[in-house]
Structures are given as C-alpha cells and as structure tokens.
Ligand binder design. Structure first.
Ligand code: B1M
Length: 212
C-alpha cells in the first residue's frame, strides 16, 4: 500500500516539484490516479483549508499549496481524462461572478473530459451574462456552475434567472456545486442537479441528460 504521508506534507508546504515526483512514483507503483487524487491531493488540500480557517496560514501559503496541487493534477490529468469514446455530450462550466476559486471546478471539468464530454471552460468570475452568451452560442447539454464563497452563491440564482429571461432555461440542464452549496440550495434556486464532489457530478449529469 502506498504511503501518502510524504505527498500530503509536500502539498501542504507548497513543494510542487516534490508533489509531481511523488504522484509519478505512486503511479509507477500501480496506485490509481483516482486514489492519488483523493488520498493524496484532496486530503492535503482539506488540511490546508482547515489551517486557513484557523488563521494558522494565510493566502500566500494557500496559493503555493494550490500550485502544488496543480503540479499533481498535471500528472493525473491524462489518466483521469482518458477516453477515446465518442462525445457523451457537451458541458459549459465556470466559477460564478466574484469567485476566483477554480481547483474544484477544474476537477469537475477533468471528470467530464474523462467521461467523454466536450467541455467549454469559461474560467472564473463568470457573470450571468457570460454564462447566458455561452449557452446561446455553444448549445451545451449542461451548464455547470461552481461557487466556493457564501457571498458568490447568489450569482447561481441570478444566472438561472438570466437564462429564463433569455428564453434559454429549457435548453440546458443546470448543475451546481462547490463547498458551501447544498442540494436544498440547488432546488431553491431552480437548478436541475447538485453534487458534493467531482466524481459523482458525471453520474448526475448522465441522469439529467437522459431525461432531456
Ligand atoms: Co479561499 N476560501 N478565499 N482561496 N479557499 C475558502 C473557500 C474558505 C472556505 C476558507 C475558510 O475560511 N475556511 C473561505 C470561504 C468562506 C465562505 O464563504 N463560507 C475562503 C475565503 C474567505 C477566501 C477569500 C475571501 C480570502 C480573503 O481574501 N480574505 C478569498 C476570495 C477570493 C475570491 O474568490 N474572490 C479566497 C482566496 C483563495 C485563494 C486565491 C488563496 C485560493 C484559491 C486558489 C484557486 O482556486 N486557484 C483559496 C483556496 C485554495 C481555498 C481553500 C483553502 C481550498 C479550496 C479548494 O480548492 N478545495 C478553501 C477552504 C476549503 O474549501 N476547505 C477556501 C479543493 C477542491 C478540490 O474542493 O473547490 O470544494 P472544492 O471542490 C470540490 C466540491 O466542492 C465539488 O467537487 C470538487 C471536488 O470534489 N465541486 C463541484 C466544486 N465545484 C463543483 C461544481 C459542480 C459539482 C461539484 O457542478 C458544476
């Protein structure tokens, strides 16, 4: 069994090169990309989040930890995104207006790419108008919105309202997620689906698109 202690410590301390090296080592030892993601990268990022919350570390430390997480994700990306099958559908995704957190959104994106979806990534700080334009122009099956701040969650509601105003609400299934988002909130704002993690987002999306 692979010992993730060193990888988690490297990520917590922002040692990107070491995280990359240890992710490669784990893969070479036969550990699955999914296990490295969950037991190594996501577990370490949760510790970083707790320390941030307790003011034991500050924004610069969180940023270097995030950079180290990306170094690990770069190693895993080709494996998580391996597909080769015909496109399962199209997803437009972005982090909502005022919100710059993109690690979770990028994981969701990777999971969809891995499941054979075409993904259009609008990035972070995406306004309702920009989401609406993308739905109009890209004609996706699904619109995914991510929010990590309680203060930016209302932008999901504004985007759904803007889709209604543009006459596009019935054209697309709306999937929402992010740490502060709940399934209760998702139904209150009229989203079609919610998941707490990136892995189950694809399963929920498949169910939604089936009924489309
Ligand atoms: Co910020 N931040 N941050 N931050 N940050 C949080 C979110 C916070 C909870 C930290 C804390 O206080 N404990 C807190 C929010 C409090 C709140 O609103 N309730 C917070 C704050 C306050 C802030 C600032 C305001 C701090 C400041 O400046 N004073 C500021 C805001 C900037 C802005 O956005 N305007 C800020 C800034 C930053 C950094 C830039 C330093 C950095 C972001 C770097 C980046 O993303 N490129 C950062 C980080 C890294 C975090 C924490 C530590 C980690 C977030 C993360 O990436 N987690 C976070 C604490 C925490 O969450 N524990 C925190 C790992 C990621 C894999 O998880 O994003 O939850 P997550 O995604 C999951 C699921 O939620 C789900 O799947 C993913 C994987 O399973 N999911 C979806 C996500 N999107 C989905 C969409 C779906 C489905 C599932 O469908 C479409």
């Amino acid at each position: 069994m692979f010992d993730f202690t060193e990888m988690r410590a490297a990520l917590e301390h922002g040692k990107a090169a070491m995280v990359k090296e240890l992710a490669e080592k784990a893969l070479a030892e036969g550990v699955s990309a999914e296990e490295i993601l969950n037991e190594g990268l996501i577990a370490a990022m949760a510790v970083v989040g707790d320390k941030f919350k307790r003011n034991e570390i500050y924004v610069p430390e969180v940023l270097v930890a995030a950079r180290a997480m990306y170094a690990g994700l770069d190693v895993l990306r080709p494996l998580l995104a391996k597909s080769g099958v015909k496109k399962a559908g199209k997803l437009v995704i972005g982090t909502v207006k005022g919100d710059l957190h993109d690690i979770g959104k990028n994981l969701v994106k990777m999971m969809f790419e891995g499941a054979g979806y075409e993904v259009v990534d609008l990035g972070t700080d995406v306004s309702p108008a920009k989401f609406v334009d993308a739905v109009r122009n890209e004609r996706p099956d699904l619109l995914g919105m991510s929010a990590l701040l309680t203060t930016t969650m209302p932008s999901m509601k504004s985007t759904i309202e803007a889709l209604k105003e543009a006459g596009l609400r019935d054209e697309v299934k709306v999937l929402v997620g992010g740490a502060p988002v709940t399934s209760k909130y998702a139904s209150e704002i009229g989203a079609d689906g919610y998941t707490a993690d990136a892995s189950s987002a694809v399963d929920v999306a498949k169910e939604l698109v089936k009924g489309k």
